[in-house]
Design a protein around this ligand. Structure first.
Ligand SMILES: CC(C)(COP(=O)(O)OP(=O)(O)OC[C@H]1O[C@@H](n2cnc3c(N)ncnc32)[C@H](O)[C@@H]1OP(=O)(O)O)[C@@H](O)C(=O)NCCC(=O)NCCS
Length: 162
């Protein structure tokens, strides 16, 4: 693998992220959403090679942080950079971000959850290989054609508690 670095996105990554999420149809919404995920309450993790973004993962702290619950969204590695372990490292980096934030708030980390489309078998394998477990099928969420599956990672397992 080329030298890949993992970091939290800052305002300096804003323009590159606007390009990354260029498929969003509603641009003013995109800008607001992006800023929301650059705020101190949420986060955007990046994988970069030679300063270029090759992977993104966004994390959303759910409602009252006392729930110890975070949702991962928009997990994607550039097509040309897939199957090189970058996604797994970005996931692990992001799990550490969550654990550190909760620790700083003096709140026990409980769970990270995310949704995967039932047809996206590659992503299901990816999450399972990285410790996530299938909790349940949640039905037609993002589309009326394909169901979503709820996956989660229990942060109370011994391997996660420091
Ligand atoms: C899913 C995704 C993030 C994985 O990133 P990645 O960098 O390719 O993953 P890794 O190289 O760390 O893969 C780790 C393991 O996950 C599994 N895996 C990853 N992609 C897979 C695929 N397409 N098919 C089957 N297994 C896969 C494999 O077991 C892999 O290990 P291996 O390569 O030694 O066999 C990436 O394929 C992606 O961006 N896909 C498109 C967007 C997407 O589906 N995002 C998830 C939405 S919920």
């Amino acid at each position: 693998m080329d030298k890949c670095v993992f970091c939290l996105a800052t305002k300096g990554d804003r323009s590159a992220l606007l390009d990354w999420f260029g498929h969003y149809k509603n641009k003013s919404y995109l800008v607001k959403r992006l800023d929301c995920y650059l705020s101190q309450y949420n986060f955007t993790s990046l994988a970069k090679i030679d300063g270029q973004i090759v992977g993104v993962l966004q994390g959303l702290f759910k409602e009252d942080p006392a729930m110890g619950l975070v949702e991962f969204e928009e997990v994607k590695i550039l097509d040309t950079a897939q199957r090189k372990g970058i996604g797994s490292k970005l996931l692990s980096f992001s799990v550490d971000v969550v654990k550190k934030r909760f620790k700083k708030m003096n709140i026990p980390s409980r769970k990270i959850f995310l949704f995967v489309n039932e047809k996206n078998v590659g992503a299901q394998k990816f999450y399972e290989k990285n410790g996530f477990v299938l909790e349940s099928e949640v039905g037609f969420l993002f589309s009326d054609k394909r169901k979503e599956l709820l996956y989660s990672l229990d942060l109370r397992q011994k391997s996660h508690v420091k």
